[in-house]
Design a protein around this ligand. Structure first.
Ligand SMILES: [Zn+2]
Ligand SMILES: [Zn+2]
Length: 565
């Protein structure tokens, strides 16, 4: 049965508010509040990955000023699935907000690992939710509905209040042949649709793509092809949360007589968790430690590693510039990048692919060739239409997307006859209120981005204001280097300029030792690393920060500038 909030209430007097706190009109950082009278639920607490513009920042989380102000009304945090753009900010939110966290077992396992790192595991209550097992949080009936996505145990949330039901889709695609046979629960969506849904909040990520997103099964064909033809090592980079893909790689490695090695912290941690939970099954004796790979013939090795987005310090970037401790690529090896190019990362990814080709590897990436090395976890246009047609909501609000994607999703909905009431384009901070009379926009609430420096686990800067404060407290240091791209040599002695840090004109020793740190960092890097300014800047930045922290106890913002000569 569909919950309608208990015995029928003739004219509901309550107010239901939907408040996107992140992820609408921007990429990532998904977070939304639903309030019925005095009861507030948070759906997802995601991060956004900083792009090159946000130098010196590790992750970006939504500003939670609104939740902070309404702290005592927060009844629960509900997680749709375990991707970083949905759970990454959880520890930072729970640092200030006291509420139980609901998620599927796998999502909670990933969340727990984060809480452990932040010393919050003991104080936060994690509660499992399961498809077909609705539960109550205050006046809300909450039901988790399984939908397919690129991570297991992902789904939509149906939140039923005396005013009606709202459905938040999370991220989804309608994969008719998922690798684990666990298809989306279309029946449950249709049942809600038939009973009547007040509002649908639906994923817009792939609205610009026509047709249907191919099944995850499509990847198998290409991977088999690559494995069958491979003469050397096979390296595969994908997201550490893509368990079905990791299972596929493990199965194929086993089939083709290769040992399997996981490289990179997130890859190692997630596959451990998944194996413990029985969600990733690896035949005994298949796994090999990274340090033992050298001992194996090249055609008996498969390596799965992190860094598909070209993150300068991740395993794949290190392999690409030949500076990884244990893993190297040689001519004749195969390198598979089985992930999408997250907007903003294009430059670093293609620069990394260039390096991989320089190593002599055959590089396979999502270049449009078929069968694909990667398929998206998000539904394309026809799937989004199907969602609208199944739910037939009174109100429709597109979520998870930049403005153009949200716009395109509203335009699509207008072409269908699926929405009986209004189609609304909201951005983060907008407030949509429902009551017995209808729906209307209310005054906006504060939203924004907060940048987190993982090194200190502190919230150090909000893009402009907090950045200024950070600089005003610890100052800014700008090392200026002139590097010859061809020789990898410094052309002149590095200059160091600072503001608001210690007066460098007087701190001769500090300047000299900082120069030494720069010189040592460059000496310890190989030519390709020095030639790749994304990599070398990051190495100099982290080395200098560590140095200044040790020497002065301050953590100035370090912004290396490299002059091309
Ligand atoms: Zn996702
Ligand atoms: Zn997402």
């Amino acid at each position: 049965m569909v919950y309608s909030g208990g015995p029928a209430i003739p004219t509901p007097t309550g107010t239901l508010r939907a408040i996107p706190l992140g992820g609408l009109g921007e990429f990532g950082m998904n977070m939304m509040a639903f309030e019925y009278n005095d009861h507030l639920l948070v759906v997802d607490t995601g991060v956004m990955f900083p792009d090159a513009e946000l130098l010196g920042v590790d992750i970006v989380i939504p500003d939670i000023a609104y939740l902070r102000e309404n702290r005592e009304r927060v009844r629960a945090i509900l997680l749709t699935h375990g991707h970083e753009d949905h759970i990454g900010a959880l520890p930072y939110v729970l640092d200030e907000i006291d509420a139980p966290v609901y998620g599927t077992p796998f999502t909670l396992a990933l969340a727990r690992a984060k809480l452990v790192e932040h010393g919050l595991a003991e104080v936060v209550e994690l509660r499992e939710m399961h498809p077909g097992k609705p539960f109550e949080v205050g006046p809300f009936q909450v039901e988790f509905i399984h939908l397919t996505h690129s991570i297991i145990e992902s789904g939509a949330l149906a939140l039923t209040t005396p005013l009606g039901t709202v459905i938040h889709t999370g991220d989804f695609k309608f994969d008719p042949t998922p690798m684990d046979q666990h298809v989306s629960d279309l029946h449950r969506l249709a049942e809600y649709g038939r009973a009547g849904v007040l509002a649908l909040f639906s994923d817009s990520t792939n609205v610009e793509r026509p047709g249907m997103t191919p099944s995850e099964r499509g990847v198998r064909e290409r991977f088999e092809e690559i494995m069958a033809e491979a003469k050397g090592r096979v390296l595969i980079s994908c997201f550490a949360t893509s368990l079905r893909r990791l299972q596929l790689v493990a199965d194929l490695a086993h089939e083709y007589g290769r040992r399997l090695c996981f490289v990179g912290r997130a890859m190692f941690q997630n596959t451990e968790i998944a194996q413990q939970m029985g969600r990733l099954k690896i035949p005994p004796g298949l796994l090999v430690q990274p340090q033992d790979i050298k001992k194996l013939p090249r055609n008996q090795v498969t390596v799965v590693l992190t860094g598909s987005q070209g993150e300068p310090m991740a395993a794949l970037s290190r392999v690409a510039v030949n500076s990884h401790k244990w893993i190297s690529l040689e001519p004749g090896d195969d390198m598979v990048i089985s992930a999408r190019v997250i907007p903003g990362n294009e430059k670093s990814i293609f620069r990394m692919i260039d390096h991989l080709y320089r190593r002599g590897a055959r590089v396979h990436y999502a270049d449009g060739s078929q069968p694909p090395v990667h398929v998206s976890g998000h539904g394309s246009a026809e799937e989004l239409k199907l969602m609208l047609n199944l739910i037939r909501p009174k109100y429709f609000v597109p979520i998870h997307g930049e403005y153009r994607q949200l716009y395109r999703h509203t335009a699509m909905a207008k072409e269908l006859a699926a929405v009986s009431g209004e189609i609304l384009l909201l951005e983060s901070g907008d407030v949509l209120e429902f009551d017995g009379q209808g729906a209307r926009r209310r005054d906006r609430v504060p939203v924004g981005r907060v940048c987190i420096d993982v090194g200190t686990l502190d919230e150090v800067e909000e893009v402009i204001l907090k950045e200024r404060r950070h600089i005003s407290e610890d100052g800014i240091v700008v090392p200026i280097l002139a590097i010859n791209k061809h020789t990898g040599q410094l052309e002149i002695r590095p200059e160091i300029v600072s503001r608001g840090f210690v007066p460098l004109e007087e701190a001769h020793e500090l300047v000299a030792s900082a120069r030494d740190v720069i010189l040592r960092t460059i000496e310890k890097s190989n030519l390709e690393e020095v030639g790749d300014w994304g990599v070398i800047k990051e190495k100099i930045r982290s080395a200098l920060r560590r140095h200044f922290d040790q020497e002065t106890g301050k953590r100035p913002m370090v912004l290396p500038v490299i002059l091309e000569v």
